[in-house]
Design a binder for this molecule. Structure first.
Ligand SMILES: Cc1cc2nc3c(=O)[nH]c(=O)nc-3n(C[C@H](O)[C@H](O)[C@H](O)COP(=O)(O)OP(=O)(O)OC[C@H]3O[C@@H](n4cnc5c(N)ncnc54)[C@H](O)[C@@H]3O)c2cc1C
Length: 452
């Protein structure tokens, strides 16, 4: 790892990768990941990715996104995502991403809950893996990108509302300070701070905690999405998601007596509430999902990975009900950013699930997050290039140059780093988790007070 780069990207999910792919070849980029490249939620996305398949669907796509978000979405962000969607999908196909097609060769559009029409592209039920493997492969081919796995961002180098770089702890437990003209936080969601989540446990909202420590603006930290249908298990492990598209294609939800008790296509938050109510009424730990109600195709062909997971857990969805329970799934809030994915701190950007650009409002519409991550990561890269162009024209040097050769202890004094705590990941993790929980509580209390 060098001392300085043009851009540092923390995270190698779809957001981090797409930003790297939109930076010019003459920019030196450092990309770091907390664990291995594959341990990111982008790999786990099952259902698909939305697209504006036809200009006539604009109003309906916009309205579905706003309705699911309880009309708390930022309209300009929703508009930007929808209008950019077709171009992004074409780019993905250019990288070799293979979406399902109809027998005549046209793209096949599926549907998920709260969408009023079919507008979701998918690759079997492993859309995220298909997209992420292709994007990561493309990034690995870029000679200007240095990838460092098992390298954890533990602090930001901030001074006078300006971000000069980050502090990382490498796989050998060594601390390094790394400088850059621009820093992109693409560290994903917060599922790792929950007991029951569909996310990787390593995704613990690290960027969020750093922003809280450094006074960087956050937004709606209490807007956390619970997915209504995750596979119920007695084991303490990452919850396996049974995608919304299963219900979109006709699976029904049944109570303990085998009776339907709700509209399976309600938005996620409302459906989760209905399921939790039913579980309380029935005194059960789960409700049943009836995949046998899907008769128009073979579920093992359309949902091979979901069926395989059920079989591995001893349930045959072709013959019996699948036990499902709500679990933490997605984070709508996050680090406040504008349309360029710029945070409230100079030279610091955030995109993907860690940020809040307002697309999702209070509740995310299914299959909008891969798209949102890609669109706004691209915006971040393009904005960095624009800023660099202006700086070059004005003849300005990177502002951190005078600090490049300083020792770690000198830098600690300049950037207010608590070096001892940065080495101690266990205590630091616990503190970070508490910081996020306290912020969620604070926002919930404020919301309750405003509602009174
Ligand atoms: C089970 C499941 C199913 C889903 N299905 C869908 C779907 O069908 N459609 C859809 O649109 N969305 C879906 N989503 C949501 C979507 O996958 C995510 O919102 C999206 O992939 C987030 O991408 P990201 O790049 O922001 O983060 P991620 O892909 O999670 O990547 C985070 C990256 O940050 C790195 N990182 C974290 N902390 C640090 C640190 N301190 N230092 C260095 N690196 C760090 C990680 O190592 C990782 O590389 C699903 C999510 C889950 C969990």
């Amino acid at each position: 790892m060098k001392k300085k780069y043009d851009v540092i990207i923390a995270g190698a999910g779809v957001a981090g990768c797409f930003a790297a792919l939109h930076l010019p070849a003459d920019k030196q980029i450092l990309m770091i990941t907390k664990k291995g490249m594959e341990e990111c939620d982008s790999y786990l996305a099952q259902g698909g990715i939305c697209v504006l398949k036809d200009p006539s669907d604009y109003d309906s796509f916009f309205e579905d996104t706003m309705r699911a978000g309880h009309y708390e979405n930022r309209k300009e962000s929703v508009d930007c995502m929808i209008r950019s969607s077709k171009g992004v999908i074409e780019e993905l196909m250019g990288y070799g991403v293979d979406f399902a097609r109809n027998p005549d060769g046209t793209l096949e559009f599926t549907r998920e809950a709260a969408h009023s029409t079919n507008r979701i592209l998918h690759h079997e039920d492993i859309t995220g893996e298909e997209i992420t493997t292709h994007l990561q492969a493309a990034v690995k081919k870029l000679p200007n990108v240095e990838i460092s796995e098992y390298t954890r961002m533990v602090d930001l180098l901030c001074k006078n509302n300006r971000c000069d770089g980050i502090v990382v702890l490498d796989g050998d437990g060594e601390l390094h300070t790394v400088f850059a003209s621009h820093i992109l936080l693409a560290t994903g969601g917060i599922g790792g701070i929950y007991e029951n989540s569909t996310n990787y446990p390593s995704l613990t909202g690290d960027s969020l905690a750093l922003c809280l420590r450094r006074g960087i603006k956050l937004e709606h930290v209490n807007y956390v999405q619970i997915h209504p249908t995750t596979f119920y298990s007695e084991k303490k492990e990452r919850r396996f998601l049974v995608s919304e598209s299963v219900r979109g294609e006709g699976a029904t939800l049944l109570d303990k007596n085998g009776e339907r008790f709700t509209n399976e296509l309600l938005p996620r938050d409302l459906l989760s509430q209905e399921i939790l109510k039913q579980m309380a009424k029935d005194h059960t730990k789960y409700v049943n999902l009836n995949m046998m109600a899907i008769t128009k195709f073979d579920i093992a062909k359309r949902f091979p990975h979901i069926v395989k997971h059920c079989l591995e857990c001893g349930i045959d969805p072709k013959k019996e009900y699948v036990p499902v329970v709500p679990a933490q799934h997605y984070f709508m809030g996050g680090i406040h950013v504008d349309l360029n994915s710029h945070t409230s701190m100079d030279h610091l950007y955030a995109s993907g699930e860690t940020c809040c650009n307002g697309v999702h409002g209070k509740n995310r519409l299914a299959s909008n997050s891969l798209l949102e991550s890609l669109v706004f990561a691209k915006n971040a890269a393009e904005h960095m290039v624009k800023i660099d162009g202006q700086r070059a024209w004005e003849g300005r040097k990177p502002r951190y140059v005078s600090n490049l050769d300083k020792s770690l202890s000198e830098l600690a004094a300049i950037y207010d780093l608590d070096l001892d705590s940065l080495y101690d990941t266990k205590d630091r993790d616990q503190e970070n988790r508490q910081l996020i929980w306290d912020e969620i509580d604070r926002e919930n209390t404020l919301m309750d007070q405003n509602a009174e």
